[in-house]
Design a protein around this ligand. Structure first.
Ligand code: GLN
Length: 191
């Protein structure tokens, strides 16, 4: 399986390393043409408005929308989840608008800008180490969506068909189980 990591800004190298560890071929994606032969894509954390601007500038907005509409799995982590969402609290517009979730940015308050907790993630792990950095949370998951994890009653991992969103950074620990889960999604949709 060949999985790309959108490499415009953010935690790219860490995702590449995790994907390789679970046995995928991982490619940092800097040009739209590089999307062509991918089976799946990760949109990393960083700063969603910055990544969005760069996506528009380099032609990624439409290309990634087509990628998603062609039923190819996309995993958005932190800022990546904001980019995937159809609705963003307090904003009229969205970015890719592919995944039927509503998100709120910077949702865990200032005192808790960054923290790590062990949490159960359904179908993934009973004790997944989740690193939150100025993280969003998922306010709503649309029809047919599944809530995979919550922290303090707030949804932090959700799946809807071939889209997966996590509010935290799964690439910043040594735990590869969420990347393995995504790799299995990619295999499922390829076959
Ligand atoms: N707060 C950032 C945003 O709104 C996301 C933070 C992150 O990806 N670590 O884009």
């Amino acid at each position: 399986m060949k999985i790309g990591v959108l490499a415009l800004q953010g935690a790219v190298a860490e995702h590449v390393r995790m994907l390789e560890e679970v046995g995928a071929t991982a490619v940092p994606v800097k040009k739209v043409e590089e999307l062509d032969d991918l089976d799946g894509l990760i949109i990393p954390g960083g700063e969603s408005t910055t990544i969005s601007k760069l996506m528009h500038k380099y032609g990624f907005m439409e290309a990634v929308q087509e990628f998603g509409k062609a039923n190819k799995p996309i995993f958005g982590t932190c800022a990546g989840a904001i980019l995937l969402a159809k609705r963003i609290q307090g904003q009229d517009d969205c970015h890719l608008g592919l995944m039927d979730i509503k998100v709120e940015r910077n949702a865990f308050g200032r005192q808790k800008e960054s923290f790590e907790v062990l949490m159960p993630v359904a179908g993934v792990a009973a004790d997944y180490p989740a690193v939150f950095i100025r993280a969003p949370y998922i306010m709503e998951v649309g029809e047919n969506g599944q809530v995979l994890a919550k922290h303090e009653d707030k949804i932090v991992v959700a799946r809807n068909g071939h889209y997966l969103a996590a509010a935290f950074h799964p690439e910043l620990t040594e735990d590869t189980r969420l990347h393995k889960y995504f790799l299995d999604m990619v295999k499922e949709y390829r076959s």
